[in-house]
Design a protein around this ligand. Structure first.
Ligand SMILES: Nc1ncnc2c1ncn2[C@@H]1O[C@H](COP(=O)(O)OP(=O)(O)O)[C@@H](O)[C@H]1O
Ligand SMILES: Cc1cn([C@H]2C[C@H](O)[C@@H](COP(=O)(O)OP(=O)(O)O)O2)c(=O)[nH]c1=O
Length: 197
């Protein structure tokens, strides 16, 4: 595989979609692939119907399909692929749902490691305010407090280090932060692209 795989991770409402919008705007090429997990094929009702390891396996199946049909082919063509959520999200959601980290590790063992992992953070207070404004109520999204969710991404980040070994932490607190972060991520992608040639 010769492309660049970028995983954007972080709590619900931390600003991943907003960051993706900025990345689309500033992407220097039309052929960058923007995608997300779970994929459109995954029924989000699963989150209410299944739990623990059963749900983690369903998500891993969805990821395997995502990689074989979309991510893998695009990387083989040398394209940049940016996915909104990847393996780190599985550690956070499913370990928080009672699954052992070793089981998540095993389920995701054969998937390509991202070249770049970005964890989006903001202050617990801002995350709480965004949650209150949006009124989210799905089972997994209400399981942890804002503080717990933010810390859990940092907790498991070490298990999801990219090949480059560096995890980028993006602080998305104020309007305008996504702009600066998008430009920085694009710079990192260009560096990685040169390294992958
Ligand atoms: N830097 C920021 N400052 C203030 N509000 C923000 C910022 N980034 C995103 N938001 C707001 O937070 C909410 C959640 O953002 P969104 O991008 O949908 O998050 P996610 O995709 O991570 O769930 C939206 O209402 C968005 O406008
Ligand atoms: C990536 C991933 C998602 N999920 C589920 C739980 C989340 O509520 C949901 C996230 O999907 P989504 O509603 O798209 O969240 P966001 O707006 O933050 O991107 O998918 C898992 O259970 N495990 C995973 O590994």
């Amino acid at each position: 595989m010769t492309g660049v795989l970028v995983a954007l991770e972080g709590p619900k409402l931390v600003g991943k979609t907003t960051l993706v919008d900025r990345l689309r705007e500033y992407a220097p090429s039309q052929d960058w692939v923007f995608t997300k997990e779970p994929t459109a094929a995954f029924d989000l009702a699963n989150e209410e119907l299944a739990e623990g390891l059963t749900l983690a396996v369903k998500i891993a199946d969805d990821r395997a399909h995502h990689i074989s049909t979309e991510i893998g082919p695009a990387l083989s063509e040398g394209r940049v692929v940016i996915t909104d959520r990847f393996v780190l999200s599985s550690f956070v959601f499913h370990c928080g749902d009672g699954v052992e980290a070793s089981a998540i590790k095993a389920l995701n063992r054969d998937f390509p490691p991202p070249d770049i992992v970005v964890i989006l953070m903001c202050s617990p207070n801002s995350l709480r305010q965004r949650r209150e404004a949006r009124g989210i109520s799905t089972r997994l999204s209400t399981k942890m407090t804002a503080e717990q969710e933010l810390v859990t991404y940092l907790e498991y980040a070490d298990l999801c280090r990219p090949a480059s070994n560096e995890v980028l932490i993006g602080y998305n607190e104020r309007m305008g932060d996504c702009d600066a972060l998008a430009k920085r991520i694009i710079f990192e992608i260009e560096q990685q692209r040169t390294a992958n040639v």
